[in-house]
Design a protein around this ligand. Sequence first.
Ligand code: PLP
Length: 273
Amino acid sequence: MKIWLDGGLKDIETARVSVFDHGLTVGDGIFETVKAVDGRLFALTRHLDRLTRSALGLGLPAPDHDEVRRACAAVLEANPMPLGRLRITYTGGQGPLGSDRGEHGPTLVVALGETSRRPDSTAVVTVPWTRNERGALTGLKTTSYAENVVALARAHEHGASEALFANTVGQLCEGTGSNVFVVLDGEIHTPPVASGCLAGITRALTVEWTGAKETDLPLDVLERADEVFLTSTLRDVQAVHRVDDRELPGAPGPVTAKAMRIFEERSGDDLDP
Ligand code: PLP
């Protein structure tokens, strides 16, 4: 397995970053996960734009898109696989042991892992912890994912593959690595970005292609929604068949099934050459 680090391809066994890299010591970093289908990347330009927004939000220098594209192409070519998750990590680089950034430039790592198609439907749980819709990091795709790790472990304990958060005012927000949609009276709704959720790329395409509405939704909408589904780079559009103890028999329901179909048909257009 070859990865990109420090301006070139390296063998995964020998590639090393500093133990004082701020991505490791203080979680000072950002990332993107991009779907790779037969060596082609899905929506790369959108991912690079979000990477830049996250970098600027964190006060890191804007990443050089040409370099990141070169790195992605080299990693894809070196590791052929039918379906992969390409991970771009960009950190503050080596720094002092405290939170102050050092003089060192950022670290860029691009790696690729094999993945498989997700099942058409899944179970989710809600968690008692909240997303902060007004935090310094809200909306940034930072490497500080420990809260998501904890919530996902809770989901796995309950036989679910995703955990859903409300925000601090009790509105439905997002999952640990996905956005959430509900169907009410035949209409599709998803929380607005102001709820504190990540501006998911799959979410944006789903809103554009299905006409879903961005609506403030109380968390208990999950107790009455006719259908629920998730979106993310690795899930695409995925139906939910259980929320906590509530079964949603027949998932994917008709509206979700249509959204899944539309996404599958349209997403072929967004593969970057
Ligand atoms: N929300 C969070 C917290 C995420 O980490 C992700 C993706 O990793 C998403 C939503 C979905 O975003 P995208 O569709 O861009 O993968």
